[in-house]
Design a protein around this ligand. Structure first.
Ligand code: UD1
Ligand code: MG
Length: 474
């Protein structure tokens, strides 16, 4: 027998999350809870993938269409329990082969454990096989009740369990492999005679056993894998465990993580060996960091690409491409469309958006660069603003190669500063500056001699000025 159908149960309201977002759409480590589960099943060779949706149906369906377009969804209008949800899923699929059923709220599951469960299930030709684990705090989970010979008798939910049963540490993961034909025959026999008045999928195991089927309870080593997320505390707990797992793997692969507790790398991000991650750093989304880069302390990179040898200090970057040996920060905000060339710089208190900065060009301090193309080897003086917005539309600025923009220049777009050109400090540049020219656009200075003694007499400034002949003039 081989795997035919994978059913993911994701229709519950997630009442305990107290959220307007459906539970399975809450995120940890760059993926939704459902995304983690679908990632775990993605390597299995099941023919059909069916996801039962209910609460927040439109949102969950839209998400499924995005991350698993080959999946079908089945709508469960009212919460009737995990057994009811599985009934609905099976109604639309063939009962041949093996049916794997799992919940959409167990993000730590791995494909390897699912394969191990399927292997036991197929080898032993079981009617059903359930994945279990020994949990140090089994509160809230269904307990695995075994008979004296060790075989599985039934699963009892916490709410329906006796004190004796509550003392059992072996819990139900909510992951099951079924003989599809036997499951189809048994699932119609479910009854809702439990404290929640629901059809429990767990009860199918007892039905199959009573019908003479053999059931396997496959105990996995690490209970972490089966952690279910039902509330915000469990969400944080799973996120932290996943963080530790990812950090351990990165460190084994040659990444220096100075403070693993405060360093978060999404499961969707890539960090090469010999990268250094300093405390308080979050490598998020599809970010890729190449060897030799140093990130942090306290930096966020979301959907960024960082080339080798670059450094990012105390900065927030989204959708930016940071070139080899480029330097970012401290306190820099790079927004989508920023591309920093090799050995370029976006220095302290600089914001950039939709800006291409050529190789070796530097924006060292306190500037805004929006909608711009800067050539190679140019320097943008402190406090320069690329004035890109006229109140209605955004306009583009072009700065050539080896340009020197004086400090506190306003470059009012659309405008082009030619190769090798300069602008004088404090200029409001509203017209193109030709190559090799200097643009000067500021009022000429005039000094009114003796003004302080006349207008501010008796002040410390006047005292200081009166020590000089110049100070008394005028
Ligand atoms: C369930 C199991 C429990 C197990 C635990 C593991 C049952 C009766 N209990 O409890 O033995 O230890 O998972 O995490 O199965 N769902 C639907 N439709 C419904 C009800 C639930 O699709 O009508 C989905 C939920 O969205 C969720 C999954 O099924 O993804 C499990 O439901 P949940 O309410 O979280 O069950 P638990 O109380 O965690
Ligand atoms: Mg649950």
């Amino acid at each position: 027998m081989s795997l035919e159908t994978v059913v993911v149960l994701a229709a519950g309201e997630g009442t305990r999350m107290k959220s307007t977002t459906p539970k399975v759409l809450h995120e940890i480590s760059g993926l939704t809870l459902l995304g983690h589960v679908l990632h775990a099943v993605s390597g299995l060779k099941g023919k059909n993938l069916c996801i039962v949706v209910g609460a927040g149906r439109e949102l969950v369906e839209a998400h499924v269409a995005q991350i698993a377009p080959h999946a079908t969804t089945v709508f469960q209008e009212h919460r009737g329990g995990t057994g009811h949800a599985t009934q609905l899923a099976l109604a639309g699929t063939s009962s041949q082969g093996t049916v794997l059923v799992l919940a959409g709220d167990t993000p730590m599951l791995t494909g390897a454990s699912l394969e191990a469960l399927l292997e036991v299930h197929h080898k032993g030709k079981f009617a059903a096989s359930v994945m279990t684990a020994e949990h140090p705090d089994p509160t809230g989970y269904g307990r695995i009740v075994r008979s004296e010979d060790g075989s599985l008798l039934r699963i009892v939910e916490e709410r329906d369990a006796s004190d004796e049963e509550k003392a059992i540490y072996e819990v139900n993961s909510g992951v099951y492999a079924f003989d599809g034909v036997k499951l189809a025959a048994a699932i119609g026999k479910l009854k809702n005679d439990n404290s929640q008045g629901e059809l429990y999928l767990t009860d199918v195991l007892e039905i199959l056993r009573n019908d003479g089927g053999s059931i396997a309870a496959v105990l996995i080593e690490d209970f972490i894998e089966i952690l279910g997320v039902n509330d915000r505390a469990q969400l944080a707990e799973s996120a932290a465990l996943l963080r530790d797992l990812i950090n351990d793997n990165l460190m084994k692969a040659g990444v220096t993580i100075v403070d693993p507790i405060s360093t978060w790398v999404d499961s969707t991000a890539t960090v090469e060996s010999d990268v250094t991650l300093l405390p308080g750093t979050w490598i998020a989304g599809s970010t890729k960091v190449a060897s030799g880069a140093v990130i942090g302390p306290r930096s966020t990179l979301l959907n960024c690409t960082v080339a080798s040898g670059a450094q990012v200090i105390e900065s927030h970057c989204t959708g930016a491409v940071i070139g080899a040996n480029a330097s970012v920060g401290p306190f820099t905000y790079l927004r989508p469309g920023t591309q920093l060339g090799t050995s370029s710089k976006a220095g302290a208190f600089v914001e950039m958006k939709n800006a291409v900065v050529g190789d070796g060009s530097k924006v060292p301090h306190l500037s805004y660069v929006g909608d711009a193309t800067i050539g190679e080897g140019s320097n943008i003086g402190a406090a320069t603003i690329f004035v890109n917005y006229d109140g209605v539309e955004k306009h583009h600025t072009v700065v050539g190669d080896h340009v020197r923009i004086g400090s506190d220049s306003m470059l009012v777009a659309p405008i082009t500063i030619g190769d090798g050109a300069y602008t004088a400090a404090g200029s409001v540049i509203t017209e193109d500056v030709p190559p090799g020219a200097i643009g000067v656009a500021r009022a000429k200075q005039r000094n009114v001699l003796g003004w302080v003694l006349r207008k501010r007499s008796g002040t410390k400034s006047a005292d200081a000025a009166s020590r000089h002949d110049d100070g008394k003039k005028g």
